[in-house]
Design a protein around this ligand. Structure first.
Ligand SMILES: Cc1ncc(COP(=O)(O)O)c(C=O)c1O
Length: 375
């Protein structure tokens, strides 16, 4: 399809998608995937290039796909055995056990469950600004007032300021590491001492959705001896299974038992097909390695290209980039979206900072070509 045809096809699909929006809102609820940023975002699945939700463009892995196809045939049965096997496999992968693992329909379900658990006595939750805030509204309904603490000028979590913001009513502290939307990372030693301190009086929720894209290790080992630490992980990113909806929380067994009570049916959010795919994907280490390598190569290309265009790009430890469009002559979101590229998102209102996921090399070459052409 040439560019003009591709664009017309995309516009037609977008109109059709808009007509169906009432239905998709009914299915997915008010957020429909958009609640994490400050400005409305068109997350149409019909765009030729879709770089707004940090989806992994390379998967799922061949092993995961084969396992999921097989699982489809057995989907008339509840998948108890696979749930138990996967919890065991995940626990062991972190030097823990099945009892340290709670499954969910993506880690976002678990961020909600953990907020409900932490909010049971009312109080506040501390999080950065900006951060991944998909769970904020649910948390507020569950009794937590969310207090945000600005990132540092280099867009890193300001851990001392977060500690200072805690008070006698703080029930939960949320840290995403590496951070979404800025891609920055807090080194292990600093984060570990922050966790030790903050967890004395509150639940510390570490969101490790992107750890596999960085060189910093998971801090999941902390849950073995600390009942106030919970780590949220997902199969949506390095495992490329965002649509399968499967994630998990790691915590001390006593904490997992309590958290499980906040799920109407504990561990049942991840279905048979997702569970089978996740089991197989964990074994496909080559696939994960290749996703990371490709992501790193494209990230270097886009970082250099945006820098050449005069933009400040925050060094990223993730599968997306955060950059300052202030010196650029046009509205980056408008010109890319007119070219059928969905994914330039805003997390700090009234600022020129934007986030864009790292797609394939071809997708990102098109993205950069559009920016080079300008208006
Ligand atoms: C930091 C962070 N946490 C959690 C999630 C939720 O992932 P999922 O619900 O697909 O597992 C995302 C998704 O983009 C994310 O960026």
């Amino acid at each position: 399809m040439n560019n003009e045809l591709g664009r017309r096809h995309w516009l037609k699909q977008t109109v059709m998608a808009a007509a169906g929006l009432g239905l998709s809102t009914q299915i997915f609820g008010r957020h429909s995937g958009c609640a994490e940023d400050e400005l409305p975002f068109n997350n149409s699945t019909n765009s030729p290039i879709r770089i707004g939700s940090n989806e992994n463009p390379y998967g799922p892995s061949a092993l995961a796909k084969a396992a999921m196809m097989q699982a489809v045939a057995k989907s008339n049965r509840y998948p108890w055995e696979t749930t138990t096997l996967l919890r065991k496999k995940l626990g062991e992968a972190y030097g823990l056990s099945a009892e340290h693992v709670l499954m969910g329909a993506g880690s976002s379900e678990l961020l909600g469950v953990i907020s409900a658990f932490a909010g049971r006595q009312n109080g506040n939750a501390i999080a950065a600004y900006p951060t991944f805030k998909l769970w904020f509204t649910a948390a507020e309904h569950f009794g937590l007032t969310v207090k945000t603490v600005p990132l540092t000028t280099t867009k890193v979590h300001d851990l001392p300021a977060m500690l200072s913001a805690m008070d006698g009513k703080t029930r939960m502290v949320y840290v995403v590491n590496p951070h979404n939307p800025t891609g920055t990372v807090v080194a292990k030693a600093a984060l570990e001492s922050f966790v030790q301190e903050a967890s004395k009086t509150a639940v510390v929720l570490l969101d490790e959705a992107y750890t596999e894209y960085s060189d910093e290790p998971s801090l999941a080992y902390l849950v073995a001896n600390n009942k106030n630490v919970i780590v949220a992980k997902t199969f949506s990113k390095i495992h490329a299974m965002a649509g399968a909806r499967i994630g998990y929380a790691l915590a001390h067994p006593d904490t997992i038992t309590q958290l499980a009570d906040w799920q109407p049916w504990s561990n049942a959010g991840a279905g048979a097909v997702a569970l089978a795919g996740a089991m197989a994907s964990m074994d496909d280490v080559d696939f994960q390695r290749s996703c990371r390598q490709k992501n790193d190569a494209v990230k270097t290309f886009v970082t250099e290209a945006l820098t050449q265009l005069g933009m400040q790009v925050i060094p990223s430890h993730t599968s997306f980039l955060y950059y300052n469009t202030g010196t650029y002559s046009a509205d980056v979101a408008a010109i890319t979206s007119a070219a059928g590229i969905v994914g330039v998102r805003t997390y700090e209102k009234d600022t020129p900072w934007r986030r864009t996921s790292i797609g394939t090399m071809d997708e990102m070459k098109t993205f950069i070509d559009v920016l080079k052409r300008g208006v």
